[in-house]
Design a protein around this ligand. Structure first.
Ligand SMILES: [Zn+2]
Length: 99
């Protein structure tokens, strides 16, 4: 192990420096298995605080999910905004009584 360098195996999984096993997301693992927060783990093993502790596959999956969630939120935001500008029931534009 090189100090302050994240190790990956042939499958692209990230090595846990505490127990030596490989995971998609080491931050979740160290929290559950070793009772350490991701930032404590990074500090202990000399990793940069901004550095990700997940595999490339996991990173891509998260990125895809968050961008689709963003698009979904944007669409629902437009629907909510349009509700405010709709005419109330019984009012059709400038004419106050519907035919
Ligand atoms: Zn571990």
């Amino acid at each position: 192990m090189k100090y302050n360098e994240i190790e990956y195996n042939e499958k692209g999984l990230v090595k846990c420096e505490v127990c030596g096993l490989y995971f998609q997301r080491v931050s979740c693992h160290v929290n559950k298995a070793h009772g350490m927060s991701a930032s404590e783990y990074k500090a202990k093993f000399g990793f940069k605080q901004g550095e990700g502790l997940c595999s490339e596959k996991s990173r891509q999956k998260t990125s895809k999910q968050s961008s689709s969630r963003y698009r979904m939120n944007k669409a629902s935001l437009f629907i909510e905004m349009s509700k405010k500008t709709r005419f109330p029931k019984g009012i059709c534009g400038r004419v106050f009584k519907c035919a």
